[in-house]
Design a protein around this ligand. Sequence first.
Ligand SMILES: Cc1cc2nc3c(=O)[nH]c(=O)nc-3n(C[C@H](O)[C@H](O)[C@H](O)COP(=O)(O)OP(=O)(O)OC[C@H]3O[C@@H](n4cnc5c(N)ncnc54)[C@H](O)[C@@H]3O)c2cc1C
Length: 815
Amino acid sequence: MIGLVELLIMLAVMAFCAYQRMAMKKAMVINGAALAVLLVFVDNSWGFFLSLLVYAVVALFYLLPDLRIDWISRKLYRFMQQVLPPMNETEKTALEAGDVWWEGELFRGKPDWRTLLEYKKPTLTEEEQSFVDNETEELCGMLDDWEVVHKRKDLPPEVWDFIKEKGFLGMIIPKEYGGKGFSALAHSTVVTKLATRCPSAAVTVMVPNSLGPGELLLHYGTQEQKDHYLPRLAAGKEIPCFALTSPVAGSDAGAIPDKGIVCKGEFNGEETLGIRVTWNKRYITLAPVATIVGLAFKLYDPEGLLGNEDKEDYGITCALIPSDHPGVEIGRRHLPMNQAFMNGTTHGKDVFIPMSMLIGGKDYAGQGWRMLMESLAAGRSISLPAMGTAVAQLSYRMTGAYALVREQFKLPIGRFEGVEEAMAQIAGLTYRTEASRVMTAGAVDMGVKPSVVSAIAKYHMTEMGREIMNHAMDVHAGRAIIMGERNYLANGYMNQPIGITVEGANILTRNLMIFGQGAIRCHPYVLREMLAAQLDDEEEGVKRFDSLLFRHIGYGVSNFFRTLGLGLTAAKIADKPVAGETGKYYQQLTRMSSVLALTSDVAMGTLGGDLKRKERLSARLADVLSHLYLCSTVLKYYEDQDRPLSDLPYVKWNMEYGLYKLQEAFYDFYDNFPNKVVGKALRLIAFPYGKSYSKPSDRLERELVKPMMKDCDLRDRITQFAYVGKTEDDVTGRVELAFKKVLAADEVRYKLRKAMKAKELDKNLTNMERIEQAIEKGIINEEEKQLLTDAETARLDVIQVDDYAHEQISGVISD
Ligand SMILES: Cc1cc2nc3c(=O)[nH]c(=O)nc-3n(C[C@H](O)[C@H](O)[C@H](O)COP(=O)(O)OP(=O)(O)OC[C@H]3O[C@@H](n4cnc5c(N)ncnc54)[C@H](O)[C@@H]3O)c2cc1C
């Protein structure tokens, strides 16, 4: 018995050290001290001697690195070399581009929440706020999405002029070049607001400010290129596009067949060193109106004209070519989901361009993939997350209003539980999109190039946009299906798959990028171990590998004990960085983070390079990392808003929703793990009492929906960037004004309902007839009648849909 007690004591000491992630030296001292205490004060049993033996073996390997290398590290090193798939240049560049940020903490199993809470609250400057409130508001007011999409298939000329004159195309260009010099948050906010009014206008504005010539020139352009192009781009004198995608290379963009051969040719009447380029690109946004074409192609120098005779294949290279340069062909337009933003093709055959047209000049020959990956990390954090947020905020505001105004079975449809369920998803996810938008753009403003976080934001915020839109469509039913001037949802619904597809199609983003790259980038040791295994000098490689391997083992042991301890105590032992109702969520997320760290290590250790091909497993761990990130954005957002009491149901819903999704992703992962024993063992360690989290309750969801149908501060705050028209004949203005009128008449409507119940009013009348009867019977006065009539008139107007003459509909809609 005493032996077991001694063994358990030593196990507890070891678990404590591992839980705290103590340095090896400190842990050895503490365990040694515990053994000494047992030796002096307790009967020394088999438990003591077994512990001593384990301690001695660990100490031996710790103190004698040569022994460790010969017995373990060298063998594992050679094994790694055999099983690891060789990393190609494209993968290596993608892995090296961008930074690991907060997601690294979440991945490593012991997030320091104080770091998160201490990140500066992202805010707009006075100038940026004014641009959102004035220029952007004015631009929204000029836009009629129906006219843009269904009649013109273009923005009206006055809108193009306004966009150029007011600097919308130069938001990211610094002031010294005549741009706005706006933060990522400001850029994202402008796109969000515009997209709530007209997605085509938002895309038009977003592309020059995102991944494209502007961004590439800023970071890699020569001074001459910057001085020439940036002021012209900022003033809208140049319209840029960026052409990477070709018919044969979409997701696999590294495989573009477009070629440039270094040669001498004539430019401006002189013999010049340059490149003969051939390309065929499609899907290129703004190409049909572009004055400069950013072009990605593969560069070859067979004659060594760049000065290195041994190097022929330089790899992907980016150039900036005026669209009127001889040989450049801007092709015909595509029609992406019927949207009106410009999108089309560009071609060129043996077009000679001088070296000065390479972005960054000759020095950046072959650096294109790295340049694109680095720019993508920033751009993907901004544009598409903003589009997802726009869908969310507009859907929240309009669905809440419509659900109050639209009545069926003599009740506003928002009062039915089934509708409430759909509305609750809109409400909770809208809060989540804004929290994620702000934190992710904030990271870019902190100078981070968040490549994994940007993939999470891109994937989840476009998917949330899609989910929210589907619910909004369901609640509106026929009112959202019938297209026309009155419909404020259908075009957004059509636009939704574009965000899903561009900047890394979503299936690939979830299955390959988030965890596939995230695991290697965020893991404290794996990438360095892989690089060590690829070294040509075996001795150096083994030495580096050995030091990493033993720290990696310590990390794994720590994750094991942390996961077990947090699971057995339901995370009660975890740190709470804040007091109050949200403290417990930090504890649960710490627990899930620890499960992720352990599970990732076991998955990588047992599946090795196969994990890359097991995309569905990788995608589930991607979901885990994503939900950890999304939950943490909500907690941070709540703190940054100074913890408004009214937000609490939204925060709770998001935590319960996120934890439930985390748990389901883990269960699916364990259930589908190829080695059933390992899968079951992991599940037992991670969830020792079975499933721990359930979905948000119906009661909580009811709390979320209430403010959607009230004219309250929370509704205004949650939808602060949704542009709503100001007049009764505006597509969204009419719904907003009707909503307010219905609310203003609420008390009088209640009087009518009471009178109906008391059989003082006839049930089988229309609402208008009932108002007349009520005034005749003296139940309401003239003032009340006016309120009711105004509300009913507005309500009847809101529920109308458009109709057209057959001749108008056949072909393009005409006046
Ligand atoms: C409206 C629009 C605007 C665009 N604008 C531009 C632009 O301005 N410039 C530009 O260069 N490009 C642009 N693109 C191209 C866009 O970025 C690509 O369309 C996108 O990368 C996907 O390529 P694809 O459509 O050829 O799909 P494919 O590559 O054919 O992929 C098809 C499906 O297979 C999945 N898939 C592919 N490989 C894998 C894998 N290994 N694992 C799992 N799933 C995988 C994808 O996720 C996708 O679901 C635009 C596209 C559209 C539609």
